[in-house]
Write a protein that binds this ligand. Structure first.
Ligand SMILES: Nc1ncnc2c1ncn2[C@@H]1O[C@H](COP(=O)(O)OP(=O)(O)OP(=O)(O)O)[C@@H](O)[C@H]1O
Length: 228
């Protein structure tokens, strides 16, 4: 799948602070976090439980608005957008990969991709769904439903679905959590390859130190602060 990605600038988080909870229970989930991810780059975020990794993905994906700082995707500051514009931008330009694929049980692999396309009204290329499935090695199983696929295969479909419409930013939350070691390597290798091929800026949160060698860069989150 070829796309004009020459105008892309990737993800830029600058001075992002996010406070959660109220009153005495307020937690600084993100503390002046800055992070740049270039188009075609896969960055892993590691760190202990409660460090703020999910919060980082939520802000990067425009699901949560930070208290301070900017969150720019290809030059568009999501933090400064009105809610409806932010939702529309997210649907068109940001793809999500979840822990275990999050596929819809009743739909075949190919229909998982077609549905997301209809729902999100992303720009369509003829036969894009077929091509995306072929890119992740799933062309031969396009008409299987999730229960007829292995965990690794479901995750491949999840990655293909997230890439439908050519998003600028791909956010993966523990994509290998449900997989054994061999499948984990395959899935993260695929994520790295598709990141480069699609020219998408990818952020992957993971506890799985084994797969970090497939990533271009690893950053660590501790107590809401980023290092690395
Ligand atoms: N809705 C909320 N209200 C108050 N505090 C919250 C809320 N959601 C998360 N937190 C707190 O914010 C901090 C960051 O949480 P976050 O879920 O981002 O961490 P994480 O690194 O993703 O953790 P894990 O690896 O366990 O998923 C934690 O201290 C958490 O308890």
């Amino acid at each position: 799948m070829t796309l004009d990605t020459t105008t892309r600038t990737g993800l830029h988080l600058a001075g992002v602070t996010l406070r959660l909870g109220d009153g005495d229970d307020t937690v600084t989930a993100l503390d002046e976090v800055s992070l740049t991810v270039a188009p075609g780059e896969l960055v892993a975020v590691v760190g202990p439980s409660g460090a703020g990794k999910s919060s980082l993905l939520a802000v990067a994906g425009g699901l949560t608005v930070p208290d301070e700082g900017s969150n720019t995707v290809d030059g568009n500051d999501l933090a400064a957008m009105k809610p409806a514009a932010r939702t529309a931008y997210r649907r068109q330009h940001i793809g999500f990969v979840f822990q275990s694929g999050n596929l819809i049980p009743a739909l075949t692999a190919i229909d998982q991709l077609r549905l997301i396309h209809h729902l999100h009204r992303r720009r369509a290329e003829p036969r894009e769904a077929e091509q995306r499935l072929a890119d992740v090695g799933m062309a031969g199983k396009a008409h299987r439903r999730p229960h007829q696929l292995s965990g690794g295969e479901r995750q491949r479909v999840g990655i293909a679905r997230a890439l439908m419409g050519g998003p600028s930013l791909l956010l993966a939350d523990e994509p290998t959590a449900a997989l054994d070691r061999a499948r984990s390597h395959e899935v993260v290798e695929l994520l790295a390859r598709e990141t480069r091929r699609a020219g998408v800026a990818t952020v992957m949160v993971t506890h799985d130190t084994d797969v970090l060698r497939h990533c271009d860069r690893v950053v660590e989150m501790v107590d809401g602060k980023l290092s690395g």
